[in-house]
Design a protein around this ligand. Structure first.
Ligand code: ASP
Ligand code: MG
Length: 406
């Protein structure tokens, strides 16, 4: 008998009918002889609603502890409703908040990390044929305070639970039927991947593919939890995310990710001396702005330009922040562009093949798309382009690297 941890996202539990549908789906797995433990998100839109009420009432300066108490309540509703639905369909079930099980995290409110999960209660439920229904996204710290893992965090809850229970598989049940070679809304010829490696999935998720929370993939890779993305609403095998194996077919490029909401900032005419990068990026980091690509040009006449990207939502704030820094380091100018996007090709096959970058750049050149920044790692190449060329770039690369559906 195998043990499967299933996670249902917000749209899957978006209303009472859908929750009843999820209960039927779980029943199907029980009838097929599987043990099932379930993790759920809040109803779709609910976490947003809670966050916005909390922010409105606190004038944007919301206390993180109270925000966690508030936002964690969304999942309390869905665990209870799903357990009720399961019971109504004759299946034993029991809902659990994180502190009732012992999903222990650190104390970083709003972005807590799971340290340890107690499995005693869950194991005895499973032995009794009960389906435990666990609240995703939340945890409890050492002093009993409610914490949350960050938006989209219930994927990570599910993977952590699967690791703790040593489950055979962690299924992420969602509103798409798997991971695609590119966003099907952008590329009509995009294909569902049947298998992808943890490494590739981590890059895809971090570079803009929204199917899985990056941290859940990192966690699954670290603990070797086979992860599968499937549709809640349709049958199908979805996409299996697993370790790289010898007999796995390895295309040069497995997928193309894009991120639209990017912005770049250039601090030009800064003295080319030690400590400048840290003077510029230090305050940015302390303001909790996440910096992605960073480029520093070769200097001329003792001066250099320093360019980096941030998400578009952080653009104005970062520019304002840098005004003071610019004066302090006597930079000539701060400029920026918040209509850029990032396109990335990802594939473990790149590791053993030269010339992938050239092929990518040639392809973009032949479409007359200017590359503004480039960054690479062993299994990915990312470029920044003007946002208006994003779709064109993704489609051209998709066909260049033979990903189009036949
Ligand atoms: N409900 C939380 C959110 O909307 C967690 C999740 O959906 O994974 O961010
Ligand atoms: Mg989600």
């Amino acid at each position: 008998m195998s043990l499967i941890v299933q996670k249902y996202g917000g749209t899957s539990v978006g209303d009472v009918e859908r929750i009843q549908g999820v209960a039927r789906r779980i029943l199907g797995y029980r009838k097929a002889g599987h043990d099932v433990a379930v993790v759920v998100s809040a109803m779709s839109g609910e976490t947003n609603r809670l966050v916005s009420m909390g922010e409105t009432i606190s004038d944007g300066q919301a206390d993180p502890r109270e925000m966690d108490v508030l936002t964690a309540s969304g999942e309390q509703v869905t665990i209870a409703l799903l357990s009720l639905a399961l019971k109504a369909q004759g299946q034993r079930a029991k809902s659990y908040l994180a502190d009732q099980i012992g999903i222990h995290t650190d104390s970083a409110h709003g972005r807590a990390r799971i340290r340890h999960i107690d499995t005693d209660k869950l194991r005895s439920d499973l032995e009794m044929g009960t389906v435990p229904v666990v609240a995703g996204f939340q945890g409890v710290n050492d002093i009993g305070e409610i914490t949350t893992l960050g938006r989209g965090g219930s994927d990570t809850s599910a993977v952590a639970l699967a690791a703790a229970l040593n489950a055979d598989e962690c299924e992420i049940c969602t509103d798409v039927d798997g991971v695609y070679t590119a966003d099907p809304r952008v590329v009509e010829a995009a294909r569902r991947l049947s298998v992808v490696t943890f490494e590739e999935m981590l890059e895809l998720a971090s570079l803009g593919s929204k199917v899985l929370h990056p941290r859940s993939v990192e966690y699954a890779g670290r603990y070797g939890v086979p992860l599968r993305v499937v549709s809640t609403f349709e049958e199908g095998e979805g996409t299996l995310i697993t370790i790289e194996s010898e007999d796995m077919e390895q295309p040069l490029v497995s997928g193309i990710a894009h991120a639209r909401d990017e912005a770049k900032i250039t601090v030009s005419g800064v003295p080319d001396i030690p400590g400048i990068a840290s003077k510029i990026l230090g305050p940015v980091g302390r303001a909790n702005v996440e910096v992605d690509m960073i480029v520093q040009n070769t200097g001329a006449d003792g001066l250099t330009d320093f360019t980096f990207t941030v998400t578009r939502g952080d653009y104005d704030r970062t520019i304002r922040l840098l005004r003071d820094v610019a004066t302090e380091i006597s930079a000539r100018e701060i400029s920026g562009d918040n209509e850029i996007a990032k396109v990335s090709i990802v594939g473990v096959g790149m590791r053993s093949h030269a010339g992938v970058a050239t092929r990518m750049f040639d392809c973009l050149a032949s479409e007359n798309i200017n590359i503004q920044m480039i960054s690479t790692s062993e299994i990915k190449i990312s470029v920044v382009v003007a946002e208006k060329y994003l779709e064109l770039a993704v489609r051209a690369l998709h066909s260049e690297f033979d990903l189009d559906e036949e």
